[in-house]
Ligand binder design. Structure first.
Ligand code: GAL
Length: 955
């Protein structure tokens, strides 16, 4: 046992995966072998370079009393030592593989531990690291036991011979940068540290080492076949199936299969001479057959998300409860699949996927995206020197996760270009596990993969692929298609996912996709609310591109998740409300509808007047039934708007949802509303300073509205500007169609309002204007026509575009300020926000919220919070009725202030509430990394006329 006197750090820049570790194997928790968690508080010392300190700290007796402390699992940059860095694909260091900068933050971690009294004296022990970023060297009791790379992968060391009953010194030196960093260029924060568990495992004599559970399902016979291969012989028992066989022997029995919808797991035990290991066995068979990905004989339709591991305070150091929260949220939002972008997750996450039921694409910890900047020259995946590291990564993933029924596809990595190294990984995986399929999006010709996978392909291209009209190699054309990423959920959006879903469902070859991505990687920060790239003074960064999830950093669902839930709901409820029947279709792949209860309700002007249960047969997957609705309650006879709402709810509590949790719904209109009508009977009058029309007063010179009844109204005028969304801004590589910059170029944020005339007639005040930007010929001739029946005030706005409009309008409507508004009631779409192409989940009803509750807290402030199809709204004493329906939003700041804000903390409420009533809104799309709003959702400048009827509720 000798310490080296010189500190060599050559291993840091060595392309090899490391030395000293044990071969990879299955990750499991033994029932009886002892284990000791080494998580907790560790002593910590940060150095600026890899070799600033020698290794004397690893020696027994070293006094680290004056070191700082960090929490393990954790990232030191999130615990007050240094700062996180966010880049999408650019390496934050010079690209000169395998070299890394001399400035290489290096964290020495030290932990002294005793063995518990009951720790057996015999047998061996293994020290397991589940995740360390990016490279570590480990000493136990002064002995150098090895070094490793592969941040999101487990590494184990045999340490039994080094352990003592008390005073064991575990020293771990972690380098932020290493050759391994070149393989870990995922779009995420760079977060060094020991961020997953550290565990000491007792290994009794005769313990299992590694084992492989093969549990297949024959959908024709209904039988499952189980064989557990084990490095150490033993017996396998599964009491519920009366199975008691030797390892290596197959047994076939009748079973219930595992699927993501019906995640039946059988508890079993693998007993070797030295230990007992609990097994959770799911029988299922995944194949590529007839050009389709099939499980248990049926083609799958992935309704998936890409999940990074994220916690707003702890980064990628996730606890079990956070992982469970992710899984529960997914299940409750009808999601059936996860791609573990872009690395194997904490192993406990896969246990949860097995248990609750999610199809998993398990992705290897590999991305070399930054090489794209040099035309992929020197890409490690095409350089044989790196191949051992690549195979090491593939094998650590497969060996660790091979016993999970939820894992159906192995993914070689993400955005790593192409090369022999990837082929070598695929070959290794196929040789080891022929029972799963292989994915890699970068393999455009599907040389190594079992499916054609793309990211962000536009709707029309996906449809072409569905119709087999794409090009590509013969091999590729015979393969199924998935969108491993689509629906970029950055900020407000994603738009257009319902349109994708319709296409997926229309063509067998299209087997669904995975929204990018699950969670915003915002970091909780007192300065900003949530911080994103650039907030830590990074030299290079990609701003808020790291906040592109369906849930906010604090895991509150964003409107995008609510929309996705509706779009992918597993029951389709359709019909024409007036004919008294509804058609219910089971859109599950495996489950029948027996877990669901159906309810109908009947609304008159948004108010539910009757409700009851609806009896729907336990339809098999794909089946439909026509179900009779009850006789409609009689309406109120005054032209009320009426509709049915039919909902599918969980009939009982399940593992992931409570009884009555809503799974699917639809509304079937019966009779339309009567539009508000105001007979222009009031004759306008004028005084020296004011014009009066019914309850309202106007400035005599400008025609500007001043009061309605006793309410002051400020600055009512046409508005076309919205604080651009991330999708309006578009991705930097989509220059030709980045709407926000074109909008700014054409001055839509600085429209001038020229007054052309204020005219009084017998029954109306007419204000003529031209709304146009400086420097351009385009404009909107805008006429405001005010009339009244004496109590109510009607505004009709007519807009006629002039000039050559080449861009859509962000919005088209009016805005005004109201003092002291707080609670809002409306009859229209809700409860959440909606835009033309994000409106599936907008449910017609009577809703209320405070102005603050109407805001959607996108991490980077932007247009948000519009409610769709609003018939009427009330706030601050004002009632507004629309003809036709309108988009409603209200906030305590102007759209200009919203636009200027970079973080939520930049928004300071004022006393005035700014209200927008829009006739049109531009669609959202997903152009922050994908296609823009489809043409049918674009708000083209065109002649328009729309009206609002105002009344002062307090009169
Ligand atoms: C993809 C990539 C993801 C993420 C996304 C944009 O190209 O695979 O990791 O960067 O784009 O948010």
């Amino acid at each position: 046992m000798s310490l080296r006197t010189t500190t060599s750090v050559d291993y840091v820049e060595d392309v090899s995966p490391g030395s000293g570790a044990l071969p990879p194997r299955a990750w499991y928790a033994s029932s009886d072998a002892a284990s000791l968690s080494l998580n907790g508080s560790w002593r910590f010392r940060l150095s600026a370079t890899a070799d600033a300190e020698d290794d004397s700290f690893a020696a027994e007796g070293y006094d680290a009393g004056n070191w700082a402390e960090v929490r393990v699992p954790g990232h030191w940059v999130l615990q007050g030592h240094g700062s996180p860095i966010y880049t999408n694909h650019l390496y934050p260091f010079p690209v000169d593989p395998p070299h890394v900068p001399t400035e290489n933050p290096t964290g020495d971690h030290l932990r002294v531990f005793d063995l518990p009294d009951e720790w057996p004296a015999d047998g061996g022990a293994v020290l397991r690291f589940d995740g360390v970023e990016s490279c570590a060297r480990v000493w136990l009791n002064g002995t150098d036991i090895g070094e490793f790379k592969g941040s999101r992968l487990p590494h184990e060391f045999a340490v039994g011979h080094l352990l003592k009953p008390t005073g064991n010194v575990l020293a771990v030196r972690v380098h932020q940068w290493s050759a391994g960093s070149y393989l870990e260029d995922q779009d995420q924060w760079w977060l060094p540290g020991i961020f997953r568990d550290v565990t000491l495992l007792h290994r009794p004599a005769g313990s299992a080492l590694d084992f492989f559970v093969h549990a297949s399902y024959d959908h024709v016979s209904g039988n499952g076949t189980l064989r557990v291969d084990s490095d150490v012989d033993g017996r396998v028992t599964v009491p519920a199936l009366d199975i008691d066989v030797a390892t290596g022997e197959s047994v076939t029995v009748s079973v219930q299969p595992w699927t993501a919808e019906t995640p039946k797991l059988y508890d079993g035990v693998l007993a070797t001479e030295g230990e007992r290991i609990p097994l959770r066995i799911g029988f299922r068979t995944v194949v590529l057959e007839d050009g389709l990905i099939k499980a248990n004989g049926k083609p799958l339709l992935f309704k998936g998300v890409n999940r990074h591991e994220w916690h707003p305070e702890r980064g990628r150091a996730l606890d079990l409860e956070t992982m469970r929260e992710d899984v529960l949220l997914m299940k409750r939002h009808n999601i059936n699949a996860v791609r573990t972008s872009h690395y194997p997750p904490h192993p406990a996450f896969l246990d949860l996927c097995d248990e609750y039921g999610l199809w998993v694409i398990d992705e290897c910890d590999l991305e070399t995206h930054g090489f794209v900047e040099q035309a992929w020259r020197d890409n490690p995946v095409d350089d044989d020197r790196w191949t051992p590291a690549l195979i090491d990564r593939a094998s650590r993933m497969v060996e660790r996760d091979k016993n999970h029924p939820s894992v159906v596809i192995w993914s070689l990595g993400n955005e790593a270009g192409t090369g022999r190294g990837l082929t070598a990984m695929a070959e290794w995986i196929r040789g080891r596990d022929g029972s799963r399929l292989i994915h890699y999006e970068g393999d455009i010709n599907c040389r190594d993969t079992d499916m054609y996978s793309r990211m962000y392909a536009a709707h029309d291209e996906v449809e072409q692929i569905g119709r087999d009209l794409d090009g590509g190699t013969h091999r590729r054309r015979g393969l199924p298609f998935i969108l491993c990423e689509y629906g970029h959920a950055m900020g407000n959006g994603p738009g257009g996912i319902a349109d994708y879903q319709r296409i997926f469902e229309a063509y067998d070859r299209l087997q669904g996709g995975f929204i990018w991505e699950w969670i915003d990687h915002g970091l909780k920060d007192a300065r900003f609310g949530f911080a994103y790239g650039g907030d830590f003074g990074e030299e290079l960064h990609d701003g808020n591109f790291v906040c592109d999830g369906l849930i906010f950093p604090d895991r509150k669902p964003s409107p995008g998740l609510v929309e996705f839930k509706k779009v992918i709901e597993p029951v389709r409820i359709e019909g024409d409300g007036s004919d008294g029947t509804v058609r219910v279709t089971n859109a599950y792949d495996f489950a029948d509808l027996s877990d669901l209860a159906f309810e109908w309700s009947y609304q008159v002007d948004g108010k539910t007047v009757e409700a009851g249960s609806l009896s729907v047969p336990a339809l098999a997957p794909g089946e439909s039934a026509e179900v009779k609705l009850p006789t409609p309650p009689s309406g109120d006879g005054r032209g009320a708007e009426t509709q049915w709402t039919v909902r599918a709810l969980l009939a009982e509590d399940t593992a992931w949802g409570r009884k009555d949790h809503e799974v699917a719904w639809a509304q079937l209109p019966v009779s339309p509303r009567a539009l508000p009508s105001v007979v222009a009977s009031d004759r306008p009058s004028a005084s020296e300073r004011l014009i009066y029309v019914g309850p309202a007063s106007f400035d005599v010179r400008t025609g500007a509205l001043k009061t309605i009844g006793r309410l002051n109204v400020t600055d009512l005028r046409l508005d076309v500007w919205r604080a651009p969304t991330d999708n309006d801004e578009g991705a930097s590589w989509q220059d030709d169609i980045r709407w926000a910059s074109l909008w700014r170029k054409y001055g839509l944020h600085r429209m001038q309002h020229r007054l052309d005339g204020v005219e009084l007639s017998d029954d109306a005040l007419t204000v003529r204007t031209r709304v146009a930007p400086a420097a351009w010929e385009v404009g909107l001739r805008t006429v405001y026509r005010w009339t009244s029946d004496g109590t109510r005030l009607k505004l009709t706005v007519s807009v006629a575009p002039e000039g050559d409009w080449t861009v859509p309008l962000p919005r088209l409507g009016i805005r005004f300020g109201l003092a002291q508004a707080d609670q809002v009631k409306w009859f229209g779409g809700g409860p959440g926000e909606a835009y033309p192409d994000t409106k599936s989940a907008s449910m017609l009803g009577l809703w209320h919220a405070s102005v603050d509750e109407l805001q959607t807290p996108y991490v980077r402030p932007q247009e948000n919070g519009a409610r769709a199809d609003v018939r009427w709204a009330e706030l601050g004493g004002l009632r507004i009725e629309g003809d036709p329906e309108f988009w409603f939003s209200a906030r305590r700041w102007t759209n200009e202030q919203l636009d200027a804000a970079q973080h939520l903390t930049d928004l300071t409420p004022t006393d005035t509430v700014w209200v927008n009533l829009d006739h049109g809104q531009q669609g959202i799309g997903s152009q922050s990394c994908g296609p823009g709003a489809l043409p049918q959702y674009q708000l083209r400048a065109a002649p328009a006329e729309f009206s609002f009827v105002f009344s002062d509720l307090r009169d």
